[in-house]
Design a protein around this ligand. Structure first.
Ligand SMILES: *Cc1c(COP(=O)(O)O)cnc(C)c1O
Length: 451
């Protein structure tokens, strides 16, 4: 793959996600003045040509830089980053993060298997969360020797005790407490209120800790919280940690050893426009989280997911058809809600940009044409859209669009609805690219079925 490009001063700041995705003047473009979106050193049109669309493309350096921002922000506090596997669970991404020293947060036996397949030694830095762990999953995690179980109910505590006793293995336990803190996010991804199914009410926690401490094969070791996802204001994190700090003090005075505070994940990203300074943003988050805990001498377990991988990935798609129904103009693209469900599920906003910007389209001397469109997929649901009434630069049939910030909860939530094979995934590192998941075939989809 020849990169054949140079860094150009870009007028497209809002459309870029450096260091992963930036526009560059590409020699390979039809006209000198074209600016082409690159993933690191590779032009996206080349990747689309070679691997087809729809296509997920991730940037190694973006993932590393984002992880680095967390490490830097928490450098003065004992901590481990336990990347939340559910945000993007591709094995190569897990391996990349493990090599950078990450642990993991898993919410199923399947995710645990992924961690073990990516890096066996990461088990000892892995935490197991989730409201419905089965005994099989608990047993697998005990055998793997994970760091700690985030237990979410009294019944689960009983199940964990039973499994641990059968294996004669100690299980380290944190209770996931529900701090009853409201966070400004979509109702489906808020988790920190008493009305939500998650955790145990913080005022019931002491009783459950006493129960755990009395069990022979359970070892009380921490407290955990997770108040929701896509939260961009640091204040609710601080509030939750203040309540956790009080609980830690109460538990210690009851005689429990609390070594760990698991702060959950949930730090949001900027879907609407470019982030201006991610490092400062994470520093502010770190200050809110650590301030209430500073005198407690605990190790923090951080579980970021979206903030690490979200802006590090795009979903590349081709415009199949343009279509006008009365006053509505549609761009029908080859990606659909099965590939990226966030707009359909949460009404989520993703920025959509043409992969080749202008230059060539300015040949008639006019300025670039903008138009109001709905960007929709081929699936038979009106919810199958990526944007509604969005003003975009005019594009032609066959042109490529990049749906930005698709690295988290994109492929992880993809399905085979409409018998659509899921996209391939690529991981780019400077001038090299690796297919980290092959495109599915219809044959594979039919493989488990019998007639
Ligand atoms: C989903 C989840 C996370 C990660 O959330 P992000 O918003 O992706 O950072 C972390 N911890 C738990 C327990 C979760 O359920």
């Amino acid at each position: 793959m020849s990169p054949g490009s140079e860094v150009a001063k870009s007028p497209y700041t809002d459309f870029e996600r450096p260091p992963g995705f930036v526009y560059r003047a590409a020699k390979s473009a039809q006209r000198d003045s074209d600016n082409v979106l690159h993933c690191e050193d590779l032009p996206l049109p080349k990747l689309a040509e070679r691997y087809g669309t729809p296509l997920y493309v991730y940037s190694t350096s973006a993932i590393r830089a984002r992880l680095g921002a967390f490490e830097k922000a928490f450098r003065n506090f004992r901590h481990a980053i336990c990347y939340s596997v559910k945000a993007n669970s591709n094995l190569s991404i897990l391996r990349l993060l493990a090599r950078e020293g990450c642990g993991f947060d898993v919410v199923s036996g399947g995710e645990l298997e992924r961690v073990l397949a990516a890096e066996r030694r990461a088990a000892k830095k892995t935490v197991f969360s989730g409201v419905g762990k089965t005994r099989e999953e608990i047993t697998a995690a005990l055998k793997a020797g994970i760091l700690i179980f985030n237990v979410e109910s009294e019944s689960e505590l009983g199940a964990l005790e039973e499994c641990a006793a059968r294996l004669r293995k100690m299980a380290r336990v944190a209770l996931r407490v529900n701090p009853d803190v409201a966070a400004d996010t979509h109702p489906y991804i808020a988790t920190g209120l008493h009305k939500h199914k998650f955790g145990v009410p913080i005022d019931r926690a002491c009783t459950l800790y006493a129960k755990a401490a009395a069990a022979k094969y359970l070892k009380v070791a921490g407290v955990s919280v997770h108040i929701g996802s896509q939260i961009t204001d640091p204040a609710p994190f601080g509030e939750a940690m203040a309540r956790v700090a009080d609980l830690v003090k109460a538990l210690r005075s009851d005689g429990h050893t609390i070594d760990y505070v698991d702060t959950g994940g949930g730090l949001g990203i900027s879907y609407q426009e470019a982030e201006n300074d991610f490092e400062t943003y994470v520093e502010n988050y770190a200050r809110a989280v650590t301030q209430p805990l500073r005198d407690l001498n605990v190790q923090l377990l951080l579980e970021p997911g979206r903030a690490i991988v979200g802006p590090a990935g795009v979903l590349l798609t081709s415009v199949l058809y343009r279509k006008q129904n009365d006053s509505k103009r549609f761009l029908i693209v080859d990606a659909a809600m099965n590939d990226l469900i966030r707009p359909a599920l949460y009404g989520a906003y993703h920025k959509i940009v043409p992969v080749v910007q202008l230059g060539s389209r300015k040949t008639d001397g006019n300025s670039v044409k903008r138009e109001m469109v709905d960007v929709v997929g081929p699936v038979c649901e009106s919810g199958d859209f990526f944007a509604r009434d969005r003003e975009l630069t005019e594009v032609k049939e066959g042109d490529l669009l990049a749906i930005l910030d698709a690295g988290a909860y994109g492929m992880a939530l993809a399905s085979n609805y409409n018998t659509r094979p899921r996209p391939a995934e690529l991981l780019v590192s400077r001038k090299s690219v690796k297919v980290i998941r092959r495109r599915e075939s219809v044959q594979q989809l039919l493989g488990n079925e019998r007639v």
